[in-house]
Every structure is written in structure tokens, then in C-alpha cells.
Design a protein around this ligand. Structure first.
Ligand SMILES: Cc1ncc(C[n+]2csc(CCOP(=O)(O)OP(=O)(O)O)c2C)c(N)n1
Ligand code: SF4
Ligand SMILES: [Mg+2]
Length: 266
């Protein structure tokens, strides 16, 4: 039977433990209520906690955008840099201190438009960093312009008659550029995000996590929660992620399968 004194000691230990292992910072996220980024935040926090990496050995590096605000909301080290330059800065950080666990975080505008030229090079150099691409198919921070992953016909204030441009598929690009770990995830599944992030973090090379998420404020028609929930589905159990050709075929056929799409074999 526990004595009252023991209970108090346990409570104090639990509070201390929560402080050490709670990855959230004291700055509350300024994202809109319902934004998919909360699910990603939850997933990455649990990944860091469960891997037990000391917070002073972790850094999150971002560019600009709603996704770019991410480093403010964690207790890890953080760099909020320049629009589109998430990957080169994260590469520099890793080169300067290879012992750090580096998470590069950014939006589809940051990573596929202004910063789109960096993905092939970080992939072919196989820099040992983890890149979380928050793909809501819109420029959230600047109030809802179409992005390189918006579908043809998407209407917005900046495209009142619908976009004409064909969308880019970040998963397919990552495979084409030779990334050695490629995953596709869903912001509505934080546990799935944690599981795959833990695997990718331990992968000795460049890991990209293409995360489908919803901008609830500016996208009322495409990547809504209702649509995403209907569309996303896990890869089948017998899927072999070490088969490069199969990975291509799968992604060409299926825009919404989630899980580890490709992982370099032993
Ligand atoms: C060099 C430069 N060009 C343009 C901008 C304006 N700008 C800020 S965020 C942004 C796009 C944000 O979209 P995304 O990267 O998808 O992030 P989200 O807000 O959706 O998370 C743009 C164009 C800027 N800050 N700097
Ligand atoms: S504008 Fe969109 S992406 Fe930005 S915080 Fe709000 S819901 Fe999220
Ligand atoms: Mg975006």
C-alpha cells in the first residue's frame, strides 16, 4: 500500500518527467483551430519523446509559411529561416554538427515552388536529415493562393476561374530524385505519423515524409478533412517498400496510399 508521502513523491517525479519529455514549448501554436498542423505537431513530438533523443540534440529548421512557424512551438533548438531555403539551411546544420537529429519542416509552397530546386540535390547527396513536407495544396500564410500541388481548376481569390497548371506530386518527385526513404502520411493520423517518423529518423540517409494536411481556413473544396478521410488509406500488408520499381508503380496508380513507400534495402 502506498503512503501519502510516496504518492506526493510520485506526483513530483511525474511532473518533472513531463517537463523533460514534453516537447511542446510554452508558446501555444498560432495555427487556426482545426488546422492539420496540430496533428503533425502531435506526431513529431511523440516521435522525439519515444525515441528518447535529448532535446538539446534535436533541431527543427523551417522556411516561411504557416508550416514555417513550427520551430516556435517545440522545445528543441529551432531555426526559422527564409522562404524556400529550409533544405539548404538544414543541410548546413547537419554538416556543422552531424550529431544533431535534424527535422526540416516546410509547406508545399516552400518546398515545391520557391524551394523546389533544393529537393533533388539533398536527395541525391543523401544528407542524413528528415524532411516533413506539410502539403495542404495552398499558400496558407499569404491567405489562400494556389500552390504547385493544387489540382487543375482549383478556385481561389488569386485564381477566380480555376488554376490551369498541372499539380506536382511530391512523393513521385522524391522517388525520381533518388531519396533513400520516402513516406506519405496523413495529418489526421498522428499515431501513424509517429510510427513512420521513428523509422525514418533512424534511417541513415535522407528521409522525406510527404504529409497530406488540410488548410481549414482557405480550402473549402479540395483537401478538406472530409475528403482526405475518404481518400487516404494504408498500403497493403504485403507491400514491399524495398522494391523501387513497385514503389513507382504504386505512386503512379494511387495518389492517396500512406505508409513507407520506399526504403533503400540493406
Ligand atoms: C522570398 C519570399 N517570397 C514570397 C514570400 C511570401 N510568402 C510567405 S509564405 C508563402 C507561401 C506559404 O505557403 P506554404 O509554403 O505552402 O506554407 P503554408 O502557409 O501553407 O504552411 C509566400 C509565397 C516570402 N515570405 N518570401
Ligand atoms: S491559414 Fe491554413 S495552413 Fe495556416 S494555420 Fe490557418 S488553417 Fe493552418
Ligand atoms: Mg501550403
Amino acid at each position: 500500500m502506498k503512503t501519502p508521502g510516496r504518492d506526493l513523491a510520485d506526483k513530483v517525479a511525474a511532473i518533472k518527467n513531463a517537463h523533460v519529455f514534453d516537447v511542446r514549448s510554452s508558446s501555444l501554436p498560432t495555427w487556426c483551430p482545426g488546422c492539420g498542423y496540430f496533428g503533425i505537431h502531435q506526431g513529431l513530438n511523440a516521435c522525439i519523446r519515444e525515441l528518447g533523443v535529448p532535446l538539446h540534440e534535436v533541431i527543427t529548421v523551417s522556411g516561411i509559411g504557416c508550416a514555417g512557424r513550427y520551430p516556435f512551438f517545440t522545445k528543441t533548438y529551432g531555426l526559422h529561416t527564409v522562404h524556400g531555403r529550409t533544405l539548404p539551411v538544414a543541410t548546413g546544420v547537419k554538416m556543422a554538427n552531424p550529431d544533431l537529429t535534424v527535422y526540416a519542416v516546410g509547406g508545399d509552397g516552400d518546398g515545391l515552388a520557391i524551394g523546389g530546386g533544393h529537393l533533388p540535390h539533398v536527395a541525391r547527396r543523401d544528407v542524413n536529415i528528415n524532411y516533413l513536407l506539410f502539403d495542404n495544396s495552398i499558400y496558407g500564410l499569404t491567405k489562400g493562393q494556389p500552390s504547385p500541388s493544387s489540382p487543375v481548376g482549383m478556385k481561389s481569390k488569386a485564381s477566380p476561374f480555376g488554376t490551369h497548371d498541372k499539380p506536382l506530386n511530391a512523393t513521385l518527385l522524391a522517388l525520381t530524385y533518388g531519396a533513400s526513404f520516402v513516406a506519405r502520411l496523413f495529418a489526421g493520423d498522428p499515431e501513424g505519423i509517429t510510427r513512420v517518423l521513428k523509422e525514418g529518423t533512424q534511417h541513415p540517409g535522407f528521409a522525406i515524409f510527404h504529409i497530406y494536411t488540410s488548410c481549414v481556413t482557405f480550402d473549402k473544396t479540395f483537401k478538406t478533412w472530409a475528403n482526405l478521410k475518404k481518400w487516404v488509406h494504408p498500403l497493403p500488408d504485403d507491400y514491399d517498400p524495398t522494391d523501387y520499381k513497385q514503389a513507382f508503380n504504386r505512386v503512379l496508380e494511387d495518389d492517396f496510399c500512406t505508409g513507407v513507400i520506399y526504403r533503400r534495402g540493406e
